[in-house]
Ligand binder design. Structure first.
Ligand code: PEP
Ligand code: MG
Length: 587
């Protein structure tokens, strides 16, 4: 019998982004423009409205003070000064008196009045010549947003400090938000916008945090405090899930756990097909914190070290010493296994400081190697740190977003100049360090022979390659259904790149998200990829599957897939191959 006090279930459908199921309490995290309510007050409600303002000011004060103290502790008093300025704005008597006067005279709610007064201050300060006063505008904006969030009852969450068992619901989540997340407290997240291969989602996957994106209006329909069930496999959110649904999900989770335990048995086994064809399975990491997991999964080294994580966690450009320590620690932890460190891929959805302002077409803009070649000091600092770390292990260097030979030549010139500096200083580094390029821009794929002739290895970044090949922005949920890794054009391009590497006798790896997707494992093996680099979480399942397949069968599969003109048919071929390989396990 259903419980008469239980609330009605509401189901929202989005895009499955990071697998797993989470059940917890919603925390609605708003970053963008607030909808500020406006309504008339009864005469008798005016005093109560002013009391609401007092409470919100107190609440905001304690929030700002706690952020201030945290920043002072980690970055020093100088960095914390900005929050002292925020407290001054918050407690500015003139501003508060004006708001109270406006509530009394207009008999409108306090959010409406506060916003009106704040906007007047913002226009006034913006028109000033004085730079110092102009800068106060952003303080007023920040404080107003915090205070309005508190008045409206929505929390301006610091993702590093959230209550236990939270599921964050947000319009969008940036990679720097994700970098601040406390993985012990955050059960999952869901966003109104976004695609499967946004960097926040990639980070969530590697942290093992279930996520659903592209829900369109989740932030409007979910309130902080709601009970939520998030299904990252199917891309569904259930508000107020019934007991029956929770029971069903509990059973599914049990089955999933049993399967996972079976996949884990592959970890200690060699990474090869049933007939003994080897394929390296390497880890995608964001920093030293991911190494323990990568080693526990027996990864054959690091195939992609996305160094942006260090920059995002640092909220800026970390000095050489900070970078060196991190790269060297990873190199040491990997022992003899290779560690491919990718130079800074900032821009796109990863913005750091003022140098990387968000652009209209940010993925086609000032990003990655383009940014580094115009910010030589930042680039050189990183190259120095990577080279010095190469003295401690099997480090290789890789450039992202190479679109043609001139970029490769220019990057190598900078690299040579940094090597010369280090030699002169007597600093140790690996003179024979291998240098590779990511193939993720279609022009690079077309000239793969030219690139292969001048590099030591290639790594295919399918996340970008697919978005550029198909003109489907990887962040845009409205066109997410067109982002199709099984498109015949994608398959042909992948095969051409792998063949190009093979002809030049250099290894080719795949490091985009499809490398960790079991459906694509046989395809990539059959095409002849030398290694797959994937999040450590996906490694056991992919390895288990590879060990069950025959490399000749995988080649036949590729032949059939390349002859097909339909991605639906290709996906069917791939899925059937996977199911056949797994046999009884899934039947
Ligand atoms: C890719 O584009 O596939 C890739 C691995 O790089 P990123 O996802 O960091 O852009
Ligand atoms: Mg990329």
């Amino acid at each position: 019998m259903s419980d008469p006090t239980s609330k009605e279930e509401i189901i929202l459908e989005g895009i499955p982004a990071s697998p797993g199921v989470a059940h917890g309490t919603a925390l609605v995290y708003l970053q963008k423009q607030l909808d500020i309510p406006s309504f008339d007050l009864e005469e008798s409600a005016v005093d109560q409205e002013i009391e609401r303002l007092d409470h919100a000011i107190l609440e905001t004060r304690s929030e700002i003070t706690s952020v201030r103290n945290k920043v002072a502790e980690s970055l020093g008093e100088g960095e914390a000064a900005i929050f002292d300025a925020h407290l001054m704005v918050l407690e500015d008597n003139a501003l508060i008196s004006e708001v109270i006067a406006e509530v009394r005279s207009s008999k409108k709610n306090v959010e409406h009045c506060y916003n009106n007064v704040a906007q007047r201050y913002i226009s006034f300060f913006s028109s000033m010549e004085d730079e110092y006063l102009k800068e106060r505008v952003s303080d007023i904006r920040d404080v107003t947003r915090r205070l309005l969030h508190n008045l409206i009852g929505m929390t301006k969450v610091d993702l590093g400090h959230i209550p236990h068992d939270s599921i964050v619901i947000s319009e969008d989540i940036t990679p720097s938000d994700t970098a601040d997340m406390d993985r012990n407290k955050l059960l999952g997240f869901a966003t109104d916008v976004g695609g499967k291969t946004s960097h926040s989602v990639i980070m969530a996957r590697s942290l093992g945090i279930p996520a659903v994106v592209g829900l369109r209006d989740a932030t409007q329909r979910i309130k902080s405090g709601d009970q939520i069930l998030l299904d990252g496999y199917e891309g569904v959110i259930v508000i107020n899930p019934s007991e029956e649904r929770l029971y069903r999900y509990g059973k599914l989770a049990n089955e999933r756990r049993k399967l996972d335990a079976i996949y884990q048995t592959a970890i200690s086994q060699p990474s090869e097909t049933k007939d003994g064809a080897p394929i390296q399975l390497m880890a995608n990491i964001e920093g030293t914190q991911d190494m323990e997991h990568a080693l526990a999964m027996n990864a054959d080294g690091v195939g992609l070290f996305r160094t942006e994580g260090i920059f995002l966690r640092h909220h800026g450009y970390p000095p050489e010493a900070v970078q060196y320590e991190e790269y060297a620690a990873v190199a040491k932890a990997a022992g003899k296994n290779p560690v491919i460190i990718r130079t800074l891929d900032v821009g796109g959805d990863k913005t750091i400081g003022d140098e990387t302002v968000k652009e209209d077409n940010s993925f086609m803009g000032f990003r990655a190697i383009r940014f580094c070649l115009e910010n030589i000091t930042i680039f050189k600092t990183q190259l120095r740190a990577i080279l010095r770390a190469s003295a401690h292990g099997n480090v290789k260097l890789m450039y992202p977003m190479i679109s043609g030979l001139p970029e490769l030549h220019r990057a190598n010139e900078v690299l040579e100049s940094v090597k010369a500096e280090l030699r002169e200083e007597g600093q140790a580094f690996d003179e024979a360090i291998e240098v590779g390029a990511m193939v993720e821009v279609p022009s690079a794929a077309v000239i793969v022979d030219l690139l292969a002739a001048e590099t030591d290895f290639l790594s295919i970044g399918t996340n970008d390659l697919i978005q550029y090949l198909m003109a489907v922005d990887r962040l845009n949920d409205r066109v997410a259904h067109l982002y199709d890794p099984a498109h015949p054009a994608v398959l042909r391009t992948l095969q051409a790149i792998i063949d190009g590497g093979r002809k030049a006798n250099i290894p080719v790896s795949v490091c985009g998200e499809i490398a960790g997707d079991p459906i694509f494992a046989a395809l990539l093996v059959g095409m002849g990829a030398d290694s797959l680099s994937l999040t450590a979480n996906s490694l056991p399942e992919v390895k288990y599957l590879i060990r069950l397949m025959d490399s000749q069968d995988a080649k036949v599969l590729v032949k059939k897939a390349l002859q097909s003109n339909s991605s639906i048919e290709i996906l069917e071929l791939l899925e059937n191959f996977r199911l056949d390989a797994l046999g009884e396990l899934v039947h």
